[in-house]
Design a binder for this molecule. Structure first.
Ligand code: NAP
Ligand code: GDD
Length: 337
């Protein structure tokens, strides 16, 4: 039986990855930070909370990182914990740098010292491509981050490569494009949309208020992406891989897909902050735009090329963006019943 340690186990990806590894027969350990009201709701939703060995863990506490790596005899270490919300990274830039950048080298260095044979996965991100220098984006595309989050993740990405090259560690970095699910955090745009539309479908009257509707994202299903993470650590040689669908969609079109899944017929009207959407069937206003949700610098277009992952890992995304929007909208509708 293999043993895995997952940081960020209470997050969206941590929960799906823990379920995948338990199903494969792993002993799963997870790092959780101290909060006033412990919340393991995603792990409970997947029915696995009781099967996980929890450890106190905070990305900003190097001694704790060192101790947990000494205590747990792990074969694989998945570093999924992060300050993961791009918008907040402009408000908490130093904390984001510590959690998403410096903590990565603290983990790698503790592994190098205590368990150099442990296989390591770093959660890198398409946000590192930022102002994209090539379309579609692949492993070799030049990085141009556009947020403090993206900048911190670039450090995590390069230090992972550096420890692999310097110390021959099995350290891989997954450059993952946006992936969503019914377990997605409520502030991310997809879940914000599906939750608000589900409430409207139940008779509510509050439109969803969004920012930039023209941004494009390459959205996949988180359940597919954690399978790719695991496959990276099963390779003989560590490497970096893009996981993406190769399809890009505007925020506006994601709203359309989600609304249609809830039997609405959205009609968009106006421009900029005056744009609205109305459901032709009920006549209800379902969307407004506010300056409040625009970002100081935007990533306008993301579209990934997952050819290397397909070829080397045999990895394929299985859920289209339309099916994803439907899955999330229906789950939120049922959840609000
Ligand atoms: P998420 O749902 O926001 O989960 C983040 C996890 O990190 C949570 O378990 C959170 O714990 C934990 N965490 C945050 N700050 C911490 C700290 N200081 N110490 C210890 N734990 C801390 O994020 P996700 O969507 O699962 O993403 C997983 C990873 O992939 C992140 O590193 C993210 O940046 C990266 N990524 C995500 C995507 C995507 O589209 N989802 C794409 C590319 C890369 P709490 O539960 O206590 O908050
Ligand atoms: N969150 C949010 N809220 N985003 C909005 C809104 C809104 O009201 N209105 C428009 N958007 C736009 C954002 O400006 C951005 O262009 C896009 O929707 C997606 O925003 P998020 O869902 O917050 O995701 P993200 O792309 O910034 O970041 C996610 O994906 C990254 C991978 O590219 C996160 O999961 C990151 O952790 C991840 O690295």
């Amino acid at each position: 039986m293999k043993t895995a340690f997952i940081t960020g186990i209470t997050g969206q990806d941590g929960a799906y990855l823990a379920k995948l590894l338990l199903d494969k027969g792993y002993e799963v350990h997870g790092g959780v930070r101290r909060i006033s009201q412990p919340d393991r709701v995603r792990l409970e939703q997947l029915g696995i909370a009781q099967r996980i060995h929890f450890h106190d863990f905070d990305l900003t506490e190097p001694n704790g990182i060192f101790r947990v790596i000494r205590q747990v005899e792990m074969d694989e270490f998945y570093n999924l914990a992060a300050q993961s919300f791009v918008g907040t990274s402009w408000e908490l830039p130093v904390y984001t740098a510590q959690a998403d950048g410096l903590a990565v080298v603290q983990i790698l260095d503790a592994l190098r010292t205590l368990r150099p044979e442990t296989r390591f996965y770093q959660a890198s991100t398409s946000e590192m491509f930022g102002l994209v220098q090539e379309v579609p984006q692949r492993e070799t595309t030049r990085l141009y981050p556009r947020s403090p989050y993206g900048v911190a993740k670039v450090y995590g990405h390069y230090i992972t490569m550096n420890y692999r090259e310097s110390f021959n560690m099995h350290a891989s970095s997954g450059i993952l494009f946006n992936h969503e699910s019914p377990l997605r955090g409520k502030e991310f745009v997809t879940r914000k949309i599906t939750l608000a539309l589900a409430a409207l479908a139940h008779g509510g009257s509050e439109p969803v208020v969004l920012g930039n509707l023209d941004a494009r994202r390459d959205w996949g299903f988180a359940g597919d992406y954690v399978e790719g993470m695991w496959r990276m650590l099963q390779q003989d040689v560590a490497d970096d891989y893009v996981l993406a669908t190769g399809v890009t969609t505007t925020i506006r079109d994601f709203v359309r897909y989600a609304a249609e899944a809830l039997d609405m017929d959205p009609v968009f009207d106006g421009e900029g902050t005056s744009e609205t959407a109305t459901d032709r069937k009920s006549g209800k206003k379902i969307l407004e735009v506010s300056e409040k949700f625009f970002r100081p610098a935007e990533v306008d277009l993301l579209i990934g090329d997952p050819a290397k992952a397909r070829e080397k890992l045999g990895w394929e995304p299985k859920v289209s963006v339309g099916a994803l929007a439907q899955m999330m909208a229906r789950a939120d509708y049922d959840g609000l019943k």
